[in-house]
Design a protein around this ligand. Structure first.
Ligand code: GUN
Ligand code: ZN
Length: 438
């Protein structure tokens, strides 16, 4: 029989949306969370039974096996809603902006993923690295090669991780060896979707890379596939750099704007995930909200490739679904701690600093909601999956001296958000199993 386990530590849970007007105008974003200094999370098998005060949960589960994390902070595992696992090897490549960066670094590397052994090696390295950083779910682009998708889902399944991913489709403006066709993109995506979607913890995401690398015929084929499989996600990029937006206007003269290039082809609506979404028009913003599509903020990427600053605070206040992501390897880090720090810094540059509650919410529940997986992951709600990260809030002397002065949990966790890395990750639980100690 599976044992009930009680993980003891500090426990932080959201009781509401820290961007909602009542939280912000009332006692502040922090009031959308409940905090237990002496808390516990009860899990059984792969499921969370309860989270709350340690005394109450010890009384409720007197025979539970105890795992005592002292004053470490137990949170839902981080959810990275937009990444490119095949770009692991070219992360931190110097000096280019988007289109040059794709041509100089990304496309040559992605070319290698037709080799199943190489794809398997990088998928394993990538997933182990994100787990080291406390991320338990990713939504990843693969490459045009079906082998890259098989490698990704196989590696995730071996680690018990809930992930989403899909074959990246491109039939123009990409080098020889890295293009498919409308028909082969449809056929390959369909076969992969049938093989992997809802197999264990895997979800398939239909993945046209972005409008510049797909003909209208390919976007239509992707739209048709999504209409046949609305249970799948659809992921792509939107309005990341101004040059790219101008190029899209040339390539699609009949479209009202960048978003319309997707909408015209059936690629807008619930389950659509648009990475970046920095240079949006008012019409695009209104349409994204109206169609309940999701946006994904990728702050380390946006500063690293020089893209601009997304209006996260405004978009969230308007009620837009927004997740948070690394965008590895346009993003310059594998972890969500550094990603939250970058979201804070970019927010400051816009005059809208995000509260630690808002940052932590985006990295967990916000990303889970953007991926429409919040009934499975991203919270400590009873019945959801036991994916957890345990954070040491004093993982380096520099962080420890600052958090020692904290007056509340937000001040205690903020130094780890700003200065923490994988050393802050004490343990990671995936589907109710603790990952081997580093
Ligand atoms: N736009 C199209 N492809 C990519 C990619 O791989 N990374 C980023 N950051 N933007 C893109
Ligand atoms: Zn991307």
């Amino acid at each position: 029989m599976t044992e009930t386990k009680l993980l003891l530590g500090q426990v932080l849970q959201f009781t509401g949306d820290p961007f909602a007007a009542d939280a912000v105008m009332g006692s502040g974003p922090g009031s959308a969370a409940s905090f237990e200094r002496c808390g516990a999370v009860a899990i059984k098998g792969g499921t969370i039974l309860a989270a709350g005060g340690a005394d109450a949960l010890r009384a409720a589960y007197p025979r539970a096996e105890l795992v005592d994390y002292g004053d470490a902070l137990i949170l839902p595992g981080f959810v990275d809603a937009h990444a490119h696992y095949p770009q692991t090897g070219i992360i931190a490549s110097w000096g280019k902006r988007l289109i040059d960066w794709l041509n100089s670094y990304t496309f040559p590397e992605e070319m290698k993923f037709g080799d199943p052994a190489y794809a398997a090696q990088i998928a394993a390295l990538y997933l182990d690295t994100v787990l080291d950083h406390g991320t338990t779910t990713v939504c990843s682009f693969c490459t045009i090669h079906p082998e890259s998708v098989t490698a990704f889902f196989t590696a995730a399944e071996a680690r018990g991780m809930r992930v989403a991913g899909g074959k990246t489709c491109m039939d123009r403006n990409a080098p020889d060896g890295l293009r498919d066709t409308p028909q082969s993109a449809y056929d390959d995506s369909k076969l992969l979707l049938e093989a992997w979607h809802a197999r264990g913890r895997a979800s398939y995401a239909i993945t046209p890379r972005f409008s510049p690398t797909s003909t209208p015929e390919q976007l239509s084929a992707m739209g048709a596939l999504w209409a046949e499989h609305p249970e799948c996600l659809m992921q792509t990029h939107l309005s990341e750099q101004t040059d790219e937006v101008a190029w899209v206007a040339e390539l699609f003269p009949q479209a009202r704007d960048y978003l319309d290039t997707y909408e015209m082809h059936g690629l807008l609506g619930p389950g659509a995930l648009f990475g970046h979404a920095i240079h949006l028009t008012d019409r695009e913003r209104a349409r994204l909200l109206e169609t309940d599509s999701s946006l994904v903020h990728c702050p380390t990427s946006n500063s690293f490739i020089g893209s601009g600053i997304m209006a996260v605070m405004d978009l969230r206040h308007a009620g837009q679904r927004v997740g948070l992501a690394t965008d590895t390897g346009g993003g310059s880090n594998f972890g969500m701690l550094r990603t939250m720090a970058a979201a804070y810094e970019l927010g400051q540059l816009r005059g809208t600093p995000l509260h630690p509650a808002q940052l932590l919410w985006l990295a967990t529940e916000g990303s889970a909601r953007a991926m429409r997986m919040d009934h499975h992951i991203g919270t400590l709600q009873p019945g959801t999956e036991a994916d957890l990260v345990v954070l040491d809030l004093g993982s380096t002397p520099a962080i420890a001296q600052r958090s020692a002065r904290a007056n509340d949990i937000w001040e205690a966790v903020f130094p780890t958000i700003m200065m923490g890395d994988d050393r802050a990750v004490r343990d990671v639980w995936v589907g109710g199993r603790v990952r081997a100690q580093k």
